[in-house]
Design a protein around this ligand. Structure first.
Ligand code: GRG
Length: 297
């Protein structure tokens, strides 16, 4: 990671933290326990990969960064909600997330359920409360895109497919189907919402960007599977080795570590090829992709 990218990324991670800190209800705002849990689950944690992708796509489309900060925060709130719910006993039943006790452990199950619900609705409140595009129809399409990416035809649907197939060996296309929905849909939404904050890209360019985002979404998950198999709980800040322990089909269980790594690199190559026509303007997208591929947690 170059120092130039490090400083670009950390400025934007701080911008997201500052925005979310200001926008989440205060800890003394009634109902206090729910608002404490929302802040606990969202602030001061996570790599903020999806916001970084939104910012990088926003730079490509020369979008106003204030607008991109709002869409990046909305996507991060959806991601945060999915983590809170995913950790609950009825799903993954995990006790550690982002290096600290999961929301239902720190608070309680009912609060965790409401926390996820409230983070999700806050995301849409953000998208609806201010102008994010010069074109009102584009802004409606952006809201729809985040809703579709999060719902039963996107992330929640991918999670349902995952739960339905625990203990079963999936084929590679089935695994890909699951992750295109569970992880990929929100990553794709992050990129497209960032780009839609301006209207300089034409339809063909937006399609290319979408193709790029699909490759990155899949690459993210392949790397995640490798890390789950290889990294320690301390490094990950979440319980390592859970996929194998729960007999979950993963890229590592199907391909083995070496081939899974090679697949991640192939997807990075494909993503890079798609960006070719954008030249230097896509530098941040390439750098965030590299960060996703080379990350250690
Ligand atoms: C409960 C509706 C519902 C959906 C859950 C996406 C998802 C579906 C659950 C999240 C849990 C999980 C293991 C998803 C796979 C995607 C993934 C590896 C998420 C972790 O993302 P990172 O690494 O996390 O970006 P940080 O903490 O850095 O933000």
């Amino acid at each position: 990671m170059t120092t130039d990218f490090q400083s670009w990324a950390s400025q934007r991670q701080i911008a997201i933290e500052t925005f979310l800190n200001a926008r989440l209800p205060a800890v003394d705002c009634v109902p206090v326990r729910l608002h404490q849990a929302m802040r606990y689950s969202i602030l001061d944690g996570g790599k903020r990969v999806r916001p970084l992708l939104a910012f990088a796509a926003g730079e490509l489309s020369q979008a106003d960064e204030t607008r991109v900060t709002v869409v990046a925060a909305a996507v991060e709130l959806i991601h945060g909600y999915s983590l809170v719910h995913d950790d609950m006993p009825c799903m993954d039943n995990d006790v550690l997330r982002r290096g600290k006790p999961t929301c239902h452990v720190e608070f309680d199950e009912a609060t965790a359920l409401l926390t996820g619900d409230s983070l999700q609705t806050l995301a849409f409140e953000l998208l609806a409360e201010r102008k994010l595009s010069d074109n009102a129809e584009t802004q409606l399409a952006m809201i729809k895109q985040l809703a579709s990416a999060s719902g039963s035809r996107g992330m929640a649907g991918g999670q349902a497919f995952d739960l339905d197939n625990v203990g079963r060996m999936l084929t590679l296309p089935e695994l890909e189907f699951m992750h295109i929905h569970k992880t990929g849909a929100l990553i794709r939404a992050a990129v497209m919402l960032g780009a839609h904050c301006s209207n300089v890209l034409n339809a063909a360019q937006l399609e290319k960007l979408d193709h790029f985002a699909k490759c990155v979404g899949l690459a993210f998950q392949v790397v995640d599977d490798v890390l789950d198999a290889e990294a320690s709980t301390a490094t990950l800040g979440k319980t390592a080795g859970k996929d194998a322990e729960n007999n979950k089909p993963t890229y590592v269980s199907i391909l083995g570590i070496r081939e899974a790594r090679a697949l991640a690199e192939k997807l990075q190559y494909d993503a890079d090829q798609v960006l070719h026509e954008f030249g230097e303007a896509a530098i941040r997208l390439r750098q965030v992709t590299d960060f996703i591929i080379k990350r250690k947690f």
